[in-house]
Design a protein around this ligand. Structure first.
Ligand code: PAF
Length: 282
């Protein structure tokens, strides 16, 4: 596995491989890799000749009071995991490689899908994401790019950006990978104490209960949200950021459930802000 820090160096290598007709897959990450990330890597390995993983904790997507400084950084163990998976290139830039002095450009999707859910709670977050992902796409020149559907809104926004800006890239959304007890895998699970970790399983339990209610005929979104809230507040550690039932394509709120919906939850357990979601097909 080649480890490259310099964007220009990686871009030159990938250009050469593309001239040889190689198909390129990229898995953008912020490191602290878990099985969810490795599932994206395996998906890329299956469908491409060359797989690039990027590890960059992007300061532009963190708000002033968020966890940029404490975000887990576990480079040695990440590198070993990626080597085992047979990744071809690991792009691991420093902040100055990505945002040198005088850097001044942003990419922003101006669509209703940006200001809802996490976008409403984390102003500027998705602008930071689309800016860095555009740069990563231009540096890695992928045919296919892989994103986890735990970040469902991020996936929709990146898909929209790729369409609007004519990036010649296929964006692939990969289903959520869960721990045995249902907790969605996340680098931020590392923040949880043992007790918080146990209670965090309430998130997926509440989503399954909602699914169950809808499948038994409940159509009132308010009632479903109330049930989710009741389950989440069983924990003394939880603080709810949002519980939303929305259209999976445009993220518009749904009040009567008579077609497929996305149920999305963001909730703090201690200092860990966790998100999870479920799509219920009708
Ligand atoms: O999903 C993430 O880990 C990040 O938002 C991403 C896509 C790597 C951009 O920094």
């Amino acid at each position: 596995m080649f480890i490259i820090k310099n964007p220009y160096e990686l871009q030159c290598k990938i250009k050469e491989l593309k001239l040889q007709g190689k198909r390129i897959g990229v898995v953008p990450t912020m490191g602290a890799l878990h099985e969810g990330h490795l599932t994206l890597v395996r998906e890329s390995k299956k469908n491409n000749d060359i797989t690039i993983v990027t590890i960059f904790v992007n300061p532009k997507q963190f708000g002033p009071n968020e966890d940029f400084n404490s975000y887990p950084r576990t480079f040695e163990s990440d590198k070993n995991k990626l080597e085992k998976e047979g990744v071809d290139f690991l792009f691991y830039p420093d902040i100055n490689d990505m945002y040198p002095d005088g850097y001044a450009t942003s990419v922003e999707v101006e669509s209703g899908i940006v200001n809802k859910l996490c976008g409403a709670k984390r102003p500027g977050h998705f602008k930071g994401v689309t800016t860095v992902v555009s740069k990563l796409f231009n540096i890695t020149l992928p045919d296919n790019a892989y994103f986890g559907l735990k970040d469902y809104q991020q996936y929709l926004i990146i898909r929209k950006m790729v369409k609007d800006l004519n990036f010649p890239i296929n964006v692939v959304g990969v289903p959520i990978v869960r721990e045995e007890d249902g907790l969605a895998m996340s680098s931020r699970n590392k923040y949880l104490s043992d007790e918080e970790r146990k209670d965090a399983t309430l998130i997926y339990k509440s989503l399954l209960k909602a699914k169950n209610l809808i499948e038994s005929g409940e159509k009132d979104a308010q009632k479903i949200k109330k049930t989710i809230l009741e389950i989440l507040t069983q924990s003394k550690f939880s603080k709810i950021d949002y519980i939303e039932i929305v259209d999976p394509e445009n993220l518009e709120e749904v009040s009567e459930i008579n077609k497929s919906v996305l149920i999305a939850v963001a909730c703090f357990f201690g200092k860990a802000r966790l998100i999870d979601n479920i799509v219920i097909k009708i």
